[in-house]
Design a protein around this ligand. Structure first.
Ligand SMILES: [Zn+2]
Ligand SMILES: [Zn+2]
Length: 846
């Protein structure tokens, strides 16, 4: 038995806190405890049990919440590594790793015991329990509590106290007398988290018995008739004739959903509420409680995975599978060009791992986990797959987490935080599109899920596969250095050719036409040609809104956000000005706010204006738009793509969203407008990002039978990112870019960190960054370059004034030691920890 425990609390302080363990309480390392902390009760993770009395007087643990660890030894170790590597407070790291915030808001419930029932029974007979120390009023309240609980399985403390007026002390006394039992209502057991689902009776058995048919939703004829006839045991010998119109509508809808749907969903149908209950009574539909997991997709899977792999895919599969069999850590970089079939390789590997009874995790970028991908996964892995994404509520996330931990789901797919899934016997982690910036968390802890995946695989002696058509420079460099084995998928499936890329020099276009063009003559002509041939077109403009700048012709000022030092963007359809950084919205100005002039102009083109321009040029074409204004959730995203896939659209316009790995066969032309905008940003990754975006979007063309063409409009024709992307020359780009990084001491040759000092008060931001600047100057830091303090490229963001330092070093250990010392100095100077942001391996330097 230990006397003390060290607890990591989710507060912005770089330390753990020591608490005394009351006699009889047995907290566990990796389990949660409830502790007092500055007038609050917080739950935290126990990181150590010990007998070393601390210097100061300790408070006592209030309650041990877990009997066994919620973070196993390996995840605890991983959390400590993250805290150390990214200089993040350990408690905040654990909070990120555990999606159990729903449970942190614990609630207490009470249940009546057999003794309690007996007491209630006796009280009912004699009027009052014998020999009680309580006052008559208290006895009456006790009676009310027992009466209340006798009618239900359990009652939450709040409702119980509300209904009976019972005091806490009295409740505690009743628990001691064993009349009632106290229990935690953890979110996992919370009935509110179950969804009522309606199911056609008998539909499931038939689905299992008969082979699935081409992924189509079951038709009414096939499905409902047997549902009615198959109900032989039903005494009322129902036939379809007896269904009224409302009942038929409801059953048809249910059949169209594949035989199961949430009651909530069915409520949207235009039938009276009683219809459902009538059908339930007649035994045609049953209601079941189901955990609110990922809503099964209503969309048909894109293709069936029969694992007919090509020779190159097979080789990749064997390489990965051998590495898995060795049960040692291995890192593999799967470089497969766009359209080469990486997903089939992933699924084959994961299926093999599952057959061996081991676990795998598939990480996908934020937008990558569409309902169609989820449907594919469900098709291959059935109930063995748990899907984690940002659209889940806290409670749904917690439910998935518990399923994984109980070992019910050994295949996990999800975005960034799925890397922390509590699987056991981890064999394989796959990071799809490993270069995607959505893997980097832009709040504390600022971890990169790809790098955490590599570390977790190392700790678990597992295999990590980083997949991409355009690997990050870091990963490619590691492969060149033989830290990762490189697997190539050099060809598209069925040997389809890569699209031809034609560069249009927009400076020349300007000279020849005498005006600034959005769409060049070449692109316009190509579009017209495709539309005539009934082929499809995608046009990328990586900037949403109508016009990005509002300019006053009289005084030359632009309309800036009041919270950020950036221009407000004009959104025409929604009649507003919006800041794309903080979301601030304003009316469209009629006059200049500075000089009152009426000569305000809207300058530049965003995706909304591009769509309008194309409508004007091609009035017959059916044009859709895909950007953050038109896409609110994954379903919108998928609907737009489906519309294109099914030929309901001729053209899709959008931001980088259209560039992500979807597979639309009808697209033969991709137009790229202003793809080089990023090249003008003060960010050393600008060339890499541009190359990746161009390669990705070009990869959307010619994935079907007809070959594709890309028209790339640029003002930076000579830039190597543009040139190499046009030639599909991956290796060429990487050699050139690596040279640049080496000269400039940037990653992958050096580690970098961005230290941001921010405050709503300009004075504070200036003073603090000045103090830390002087401290850096007089502190020895051999082998570490410190640049700054300087105003950040975006000098004000979300009301904060921002100054920053950039640190570069060949030695990560030295750099982190200096950063740690800097944080200690900042703490000593009473600079709030939340105003000093340390971003190790920063991907966003603005
Ligand atoms: Zn003005
Ligand atoms: Zn703003």
């Amino acid at each position: 038995m230990h006397l003390f425990c060290d607890v990591a609390l989710a507060v912005p302080l770089d330390m753990v806190f020591t608490y005394a363990i009351p006699p009889g309480m047995e907290p566990v390392v990796g389990g949660r405890v409830l502790v007092p902390f500055r007038q609050q009760r917080l739950s935290g993770i126990v990181v150590e049990l010990h007998d070393r009395p601390p210097q100061v007087k300790t408070k006592k643990v209030i309650e041990a919440l877990d009997l066994s660890p919620v973070l196993d030894e390996q995840l605890l170790k991983l959390g400590k590594w993250i805290s150390d590597y990214y200089l993040a407070p350990i408690g905040e790291v654990f909070r990120t790793m555990l999606p159990l915030s729903a449970e942190f808001k614990r609630s207490i419930a009470y249940r009546i015991t057999d003794e309690g029932r007996m007491a209630l029974h006796l009280a009912g007979m004699s009027g009052s329990p014998a020999r009680s120390k309580r006052t008559p009023e208290q006895q009456l309240v006790e009676f009310r509590v027992l009466d209340y609980l006798a009618e239900r399985e359990s009652g939450r403390e709040e409702s119980l106290r509300g209904a009976t007026g019972v005091a806490k002390a009295l409740l505690a006394g009743m628990v001691r007398k064993k009349w009632i039992a106290r229990e935690d209502v953890s979110a996992a057991r919370d009935a509110a988290r179950l969804a009522k689902v309606a199911a056609l009776v008998g539909a499931e058995e038939r689905a299992k018995a008969s082979p699935p048919e081409t992924g189509q939703a079951p038709s009414l004829q096939r499905d409902v008739a047997p549902a009615l006839n198959g109900r032989g045991a039903c005494p009322s010998t129902t036939t379809s004739k007896k269904l009224n119109e409302n009942q038929r509508t409801l059953i048809e809808a249910l059949a169209a959903f594949g035989g199961r749907a949430r009651v909530e969903t069915l409520r949207e149908l235009d039938v009276p509420r009683t219809t459902l209950s009538t059908l339930v009574r007649r035994g045609l539909i049953e209601l079941v409680d189901e955990p609110q997991g990922f809503t099964a997709s209503k969309l048909k899977p894109r293709q069936s995975f029969d694992f007919e792999l090509s020779a190159a895919q097979k080789e990749a599969f064997h390489n990965i599978s051998e590495a898995v069999a060795s049960r040692k850590f291995a890192g593999l970089l799967l470089h497969g060009i766009t359209g080469s079939g990486k997903t089939a390789v992933y699924l084959a590997c994961m299926r093999e791992v599952l057959e061996q009874g081991r676990s795998s995790i598939l990480l996908v970028p934020e937008i990558g986990l569409t309902p169609a991908v989820a449907a594919d996964l469900h098709q291959v892995f059935g109930d063995e797959v748990a899907i984690l994404h940002s659209g889940l509520s806290d409670a749904e996330r917690a439910e998935q987490w518990h399923r994984i931990r109980r070992g019910e789901a050994r295949v996990v797919a999800g975005t960034r935080s799925a890397v922390f899934a509590p699987v056991s016997d981890l064999a394989l982690i796959i990071v799809d599109e490993e270069q995607d910036s959505s893997y980097k968390q832009e709040e504390t802890p600022r971890y990169h899920a790809r790098d955490v995946a590599v570390m977790r695989a190392k700790m678990a002696e597992a295999v990590v596969v980083l997949g991409s058509a355009t690997p990050s420079l870091e990963s490619y460099y590691n492969a060149k250095k033989n830290k990762y084995a490189l697997i190539e998928l050099p060809d598209r499936v069925e040997k389809r050719p890569l699209p031809e890329v034609e560069i249009v020099d927009m400076r020349q276009e300007f000279q020849e036409t005498g005006q600034e063009q959005v769409i060049s003559r070449k692109l316009a002509e190509e579009i017209r040609e495709r539309l005539e041939k009934k082929e499809q077109v995608m046009v990328l403009l990586n900037r949403r809104g109508y016009s990005p700048v509002v300019l006053c012709r009289a005084c030359g000022r632009t309309l800036q956000c009041k919270n950020c030092a950036v221009s407000m963007t004009h959104h025409k359809r929604e009649h507003k000005m919006e800041c794309h950084y903080c979301g601030h919205v304003e009316h469209i100005p009629e006059k200049c706010a500075h000089c009152g002039s009426e000569y305000v102009y809207f300058v530049g083109t965003g995706s909304e204006k591009l769509e309008e321009l194309l409508h004007g040029m091609f009035p017959q074409a059916r044009i859709g738009r895909l950007d953050r204004d038109t896409v609110r959730g994954r379903e919108d995203f998928e609907h737009a793509l489906n519309a294109l896939n099914e030929g309901a659209l001729d053209m899709l316009v959008g931001t980088q969203m259209i560039a992500k790995g979807h597979d639309i066969h009808g697209v033969t032309l991709v137009g790229v407008i202003g793809a080089d905008m990023a090249l003008g940003l003060p960010d050393f990754r600008a060339a890499e990002r541009t190359f990746q975006l161009l390669t990705q979007v070009a990869g959307r063309a010619g994935r079907g039978q007809s070959p594709g063409t890309v028209v790339l409009q640029t003002y930076f024709q000579e830039h190597y990112a543009v040139q190499f992307a046009a030639r599909h020359d991956f290796a060429g780009f990487y050699e050139k870019e690596l040279q640049f990084r080496a000269w400039m001491h940037y990653p992958p040759y050096n580690a970098i960190a961005n230290v941001l000092i921010r405050s709503e008060k300009l004075d504070d931001a200036l003073t603090w960054s000045g103090e830390l600047g002087r401290w850096f100057e007089k502190t020895r830091h051999e082998g570490i370059r410190v640049l700054g303090p300087a105003a950040a490229p975006i000098t004000r963001l979300k009301r904060d004034y921002r100054y920053h330092f950039i640190l570069k070093s060949a030695s990560r250990e030295k750099m982190n030691a200096l950063l740690r010392a800097m944080l200690a100095e900042a703490a000593a100077r009473k600079i709030p920890r939340t105003q000093v942001i340390v971003d190790v391996d920063a991907v966003w330097l603005m």
